[in-house]
Design a protein around this ligand. Structure first.
Ligand code: IMP
Length: 436
């Protein structure tokens, strides 16, 4: 019965990895269901820092099966590096990891296409992708005729299939005038990817069948979202989005689990907002405050190292993501970052064409035109990194959390005050418990 999801409610990087790692001891299976090597989930255990891209953040726990399910796009080289990195540090990945044979594979032509197309502007701006080939791989998945899945790499006709796709991709890339000399050598790709397939073989399985058995056997499952709801391909700030359903709506399709098995949705937000890449960001602070948040929050991309754009919490955007995801409870991360600011703002509404609105506009250009309406709070300017219960937090932080709850229409169940596992406050019991 219990199926809990952890999803980001902003533009990604909400510290979902920490929460998934914390909740994993209460479950038997953790599932990544969309995205790919564009994601960067960080788990900190004492002095050890683990950076994961495909592998679920539950991998450090014994007795838990970690599934990279059908909706994820796999870069075999990157996932092998993750596996090697974990094994080198003594994590027995062999017994804990399964990768769907239906998952689609990112090939060098996808990365080449990402490079070429990301350089083209949309509405005067680059999407600013992670250049990991994510969009082109999902496009081929939907297009079908040039796609290759993980299971295909284990079949005898794999070399022929690569030659066939490379011939088509060369034509396409030469057509847009951007194939570099020596790029896309079919024989070399076959050799490299066959080697990857051989090394990944023991992990590749039918994860859909495994998960259907698991839900029918009442096993406790945690679904780990990547990116954030506002980057959702259908419901985010299109076209400045990623190419998968990164909000809660992506779980049934990406994991292969019927929606009725999802019983709790935990939405993760930061106490401020960040965004990487292009696209509208109403509460962005391109000033000293933004820089201060970036430095205090160490806001640099896990995957690309890019400095993240920083700004105030946008309650209009979060409320939209809460409603879209059917979110039951919030986990508010990085509260400690606000502790050093003299004044804190929350965007409570927008002004668009001279009118106050409280909804999240569907068109990126409208979102770009809005002026945020802020409420301002006096900062509490007191270190909260040692807080372990709500009583340890200053009155100003209580006021802030109460107002967030009110504005986004959802209770805060978890508060994080630092990167370590211990720096976490469970406000009301066990977040895995089903709530209304
Ligand atoms: P793509 O997913 O690489 O195609 O990039 C599309 C957009 O999503 C870009 O703005 C990226 O910066 C953003 N994006 C992709 N993955 C992440 C992530 O894990 N965190 C934050 N932003 C991301």
């Amino acid at each position: 019965m219990p199926g809990t999801c952890v999803i980001g409610l902003q533009w990604g990087d909400e510290a979902k990895g920490k929460l998934v790692d914390l909740l994993t001891p209460g479950v038997e299976v953790v599932v990544r269901y969309q995205g790919g090597a564009n994601a960067g989930h960080t788990v900190v255990t004492g002095k050890d820092v683990y950076k994961l891209h495909h592998i679920p953040s539950g991998i450090l726990h014994e007795g838990v099966m970690n599934i990279v399910s059908t909706g994820v796009v796999i870069n075999p080289k990157t996932i092998l590096e993750e596996i090697d990195g974990l094994q080198d540090r003594g994590v027995p990945v062999e017994d804990r990891l399964m990768i769907s044979d239906r998952a689609h594979v990112v090939f060098p032509w996808h990365i080449a296409e990402d490079r070429v197309l990301n350089a083209r502007l949309v509405g005067g701006e680059s999407i600013g992708t992670t250049l990991r080939g994510i969009g082109p791989c999902y496009r081929d998945k939907v297009g079908r005729s040039l796609a290759i899945r993980l299971g295909d790499m284990l079949r005898d006709d794999f070399p022929d299939r690569v030659h066939q796709v490379v011939a088509a991709k060369r034509q396409i890339l030469e057509g847009i005038g951007d194939l570099e000399p020596g790029e896309l050598d079919a024989d070399q790709i076959v050799e490299q990817y066959s080697d990857h397939a051989r090394r990944l073989q023991s992990f590749i399985s039918d994860s859909t069948a495994y998960l259907l058995d698991a839900v029918e056997q009442d096993r406790r499952i945690l679904y780990e979202g990547a990116q954030g709801s506002l980057l959702d391909i259908d419901h985010g700030t299109y076209p400045f989005v990623t190419s998968s359903n990164s909000s809660g709506v992506g779980i049934p399709a990406g994991a292969g689990v019927p929606p009725r098995w999802i019983t709790k949705v935990l939405g993760v937000i930061k106490s401020y907002s960040t965004r990487v890449g292009g696209g509208p960001f109403p509460t962005e602070q391109e000033n000293a405050t933004g820089e201060q948040i970036r430095e205090l929050g160490k806001e640099y991309g896990t995957t690309t190292g890019r400095p993240r754009r920083c700004g105030w919490l946008d309650a209009v955007a979060v409320r939209y993501a809460v409603r879209l995801g059917g979110v039951n409870a919030l986990s508010l991360m990085l509260l400690d970052v606000l502790s050093q600011l003299p004044e804190i703002k929350i965007c409570v509404a927008y002004e668009l064409d001279g009118e106050r609105i409280d909804y999240f506009p569907s068109h990126a250009e409208d979102l770009r035109s809005v002026t945020p309406v802020y409420e301002t709070f006096e900062g509490w300017q007191q270190d909260v990194t040692g807080a372990r219960s709500m009583e340890d937090l200053p009155a100003g932080a209580h006021d802030y959390l109460a107002r967030v709850t009110e504005l986004v229409g959802c209770p805060v169940e978890v508060v994080s005050v630092g990167p370590d596992r211990e720096q976490t406050i469970f406000v009301s019991g066990n977040p895995l418990a089903v709530s209304s």
